[in-house]
Design a protein around this ligand. Sequence first.
Ligand code: NAP
Length: 298
Amino acid sequence: MTAKPLKGRALARRLRRRTAKDVREFQERTGHAATIAAVIVGDDQGALNYARAQSRASANTGIGYQLVRLPGDCRMSDAMEAIDRLNLAAEITGIILLTPVPTHLNQTMLQWRIAPSKDLEGVSPGNMGHLLADTGIFFTPPTPAAAMALLDSLDLELSGQQAVVVGHSAIVGKPLAMRLLNRRCTVTIAHAHTRNLASLTAEADILCVAVGKPGLITGNHVKKDAVVLDIGTTYVGKTVLGDCDPDSVGSKAGWLTPVPGGIGPLTTIMLMRNAYRALARQLGEAIWTEWDWPSVEE
Ligand code: NAP
């Protein structure tokens, strides 16, 4: 293994402290605190585990967290109405839809129903439009935000780098590709229909993989000394696996995010950061999306 591990935990701790401080100071100044409503339909164990992690991160940052439980057999119209009520509720700052939802519901339509000002996961078309236009007032979805924070923690000028993003979901691949483009990387997006994946990825100075297929990326896919962000998480029993083969990729890359312990620890804290931004924006304060990493030293 020659790659240096690009770990998220220490950065997550710093960002958690900084967010808790920002939330506290904002509340002292304005009297307002943020509250997240997390909608869960049914009782998917993965979604419930994620809710527990979010609830802990909320408590650690001074942000309220309400789990809104809907029965697994609820109708699409009931789920839409639940989201509409949260959109209108003054005490709710931000909304997330825990996934997966049962297959009889249209997950995308439910995500699109969330008001853009409360869309903490940045999945509504309004948010994506702002991201595309690079207005600075969008919510970067938490996982791409975590990936950008890890890249920014390296002493690396992003502009001009060849970046390849494997996977183009609305919640990870697409917004990450856009953030990299907005930072002037030359970006290629690959997906299930991409031909000659290895020849593309082997050109990448920065390779981001968000697919959910363990072992998809091996050392043959990687340029020597590249920065590799392995975003995939697949549970095999109690073991979590990334999309990269850690041994062969680790012997070629310059940096590699471990799974677990790379992107994951930063994701929930980025959601909290978005809740804080949402509250500030709803109260008329402009809080930009870019995070000034060099100043986060405390
Ligand atoms: P998704 O919606 O299922 O998207 C997967 C993407 O991978 C799709 O764009 C798909 O392309 C592409 N793909 C499938 N097979 C491929 C192949 N053989 N070669 C190249 N591309 C291929 O998943 P997601 O929500 O983006 O999540 C991706 C992974 O990241 C999952 O493992 C998930 O658990 C993980 N994740 C981790 C975190 C974290 O905090 N660490 C957060 C979110 C997600 P097509 O659409 O063309 O089929």
